[in-house]
Design a protein. Sequence first.
Length: 299
Amino acid sequence: EGADDQHHQDDEPTDQVALLPLPRLFRNLGRPRGKQLAHRRHVVQREVVGSGALRRPGDDMTSVRQLLPSWAPEVPEEPRQRKKRNLIGGLVVLVVLVVGALGFLLFDSGPTEQAKPYAAMSLGHDQARKDLSVPALIAYEEAVSLDPTLAKNKRMRANVERMLSKEAAPEVAETAIDFLGTLVSAAQDEKAKTQLIDLASASKDLAKRQKALAVANEVGLGERVDLLASYTLDLQQGKTCDDRKVAVAELRALGDRRAIPALRKARSRPRGGLGRKRVNTNACLRGAANEAVRHLQSI
């Protein structure tokens, strides 16, 4: 009976690594230490599996790793397992990217209708900060057209005032005057009305004054402009004789006797001197001015 028990114990699988043949563990001692450890681990693993240590259902390589000595480094995973893991990881990343792209296309449709005016206003501020005045005014116009209450925005009004200053480029000033017209038509802004009327009546800048008058007429403010003052300045500042002659016709059409002194003065505009013959640069309008004076005197 004792012999049978001894025979039965010999058949039981053992977890003792020390029973492995030593020559196999130390066959490659001439190798570098790292390769020695890797080689010894593979040998131990092979001997444990071959010795029948994994005979119970459910045993796997995890049991083998538990049997290995602590000094042995981790066994690299099989190329097939590594390839499978990399493939799964790549598929996960691809799915995330596709879902993100679809979400962007489906849901990122820009600002909502309620947010668009504020987005346009913010864009205008940003463009003005960069001294991109015309794009800023275009953005402001969109904002006010969508939401007239934004016409009171203080930062916007300060930027527009700067764009109407003497230092502003002609293109910027004209675009700013157009924007004043938008403030009047879209928001019935009283401050913009006053600015537009003042510019059209008495601005010393010919281009600004004429542009403001055109815009004032478009938005229904022409009757509130001081046309006598505006056309008198045109008569004085017109670049050519023909331009000034147009101002004579406008003053005549007003039927206001207060225009007579300006018309009389405009009949003669001598230029030259210092050895050059003096020339009347208003010679082309002299006859029209005389006729306008007689017309106004008869009223």
